[in-house]
Design a protein around this ligand. Structure first.
Ligand code: SAM
Length: 333
């Protein structure tokens, strides 16, 4: 019997991979302590970073294989020249149903029109604290007001949903969890608490992770968390709402409660490596073959090769963190 090549990205655990997170740069205008070590990390050379047309080609091949959802991330995506045109080109790909952007928000306010003109309406903004002084100590920059103004301006401009991502870290911002969650009462934001993951080198390496069950307990002061039913395009966050809230609260428990069994993600790094799992260092090089003139069929085969290596489960367990060598900012968080 003739064996037909596969046409869809279904891995050996029967997970349908339809979500590609694309890091377009490893450059960032912040230096968050949980993302970077104190010493300088060498940056990717210009040549090493995929050109936009190369990234678009990879996404196009992925879309033929069933990718419908793309998130553009980094590094900080808004620092890369040409990003708005790139977003608009992604938006024009007919098979993509959901395109979103993750940003630290520093350049948000002055670029909202360009983001909207590119057709993007869904934003994730990282915000780990509501205190300007603490913001500076976490990120190394005095940009809290700029970011907050950008978030409010995005809301006024009709972006929805706006997800505010906070990495919850004991002794860093754990005394603000209630204040951050309370934002969902006053604003239609989706406040999401993320467990700190031991990825690459960072100033918080070795710190115990504040786990979601503990975070939820600390929010008890705000009243019951009412579960929000899952919808088709939902990611791994478990979603809740406070009584009478305009927004939501979500929890991403990458460590305490693996969501590997329903993980639908692949990641394309800024240097053109396709990774089947954020928490493993396995990757397949797409840039080399592209620059040597490979065909779209060859690229599709590299997608299939990658997904054959998607681990059934990550190997990080509570209390004994393993280490992922590649820096978060080049994989794309
Ligand atoms: N510059 C953009 C931003 O700040 O949102 C996109 C890139 S950043 C690497 C993406 C997300 O990864 C951010 O929400 C950040 O908080 C999160 N992140 C970075 N390092 C992390 C870590 N070690 N554990 C958990 N989340 C992390």
């Amino acid at each position: 019997m003739t064996q037909h090549p596969p046409t869809r990205l279904i891995d050996p655990c029967n997970r349908h991979l339809n979500y590609l997170r694309v890091s377009i740069t490893d450059r960032c205008n912040l230096a968050c302590a949980y993302c970077l070590p104190r010493e300088a990390v060498p940056r990717l050379s210009h040549e090493t970073i995929l050109r936009y047309e190369e990234t678009l080609r990879i996404v196009r091949v992925g879309a033929r294989l069933g990718i419908t959802k793309v998130r553009v991330t980094g590094g900080e995506p808004l620092v890369r020249r040409g990003v708005y045109d790139f977003l608009a080109q992604l938006r024009r790909m007919p098979d993509l149903r959901d395109i979103s952007l993750t940003t630290n928000g520093v350049l948000l306010k002055e670029n909202l029109d360009r983001i909207r003109a590119a057709g993007i309406t869904r934003l994730n903004v990282s915000l780990d604290t509501l205190r300007p002084e603490r913001y500076r100590s976490i990120t190394g920059m005095d940009h809290f007001d700029r970011v907050w103004e950008g978030i409010l301006a995005a809301q006024a401009a009709g972006f929805h949903p706006i997800k505010l991502n906070a990495v919850a870290i004991e002794g860093v911002n754990d005394d603000e969890l209630v204040d951050l969650a309370r934002l969902s009462l006053a604003y239609p934001f989706h406040v999401r608490f993320i467990e700190f993951m031991p990825i690459g080198r960072s100033q918080f390496a070795g710190k115990p992770t504040l786990l979601v069950p503990e975070i939820m307990q600390r929010l008890a002061a705000l009243g019951p968390l009412i579960p929000v039913p899952r919808s088709e395009l939902d990611g791994p966050a478990r979603r809740y709402r406070l009584e009478g809230a305009r927004g939501e609260i979500g929890f991403i428990s990458a460590i305490s409660r693996h969501f590997c069994d329903r993980c639908n993600r692949l990641r394309l790094t800024a240097s053109g490596q396709l990774r089947p799992c954020l928490l493993s260092d396995f990757q397949v090089d797409l840039k080399g073959p592209i620059r040597r003139g490979c065909s779209d069929e060859d690229l599709a085969e590299l997608f299939f090769q990658t997904i054959r290596h998607k681990p059934s489960d990550h190997n990080l367990s509570v209390g004994e963190p393993a280490h992922v060598c590649c820096q978060m900012r080049s994989i794309g968080g």
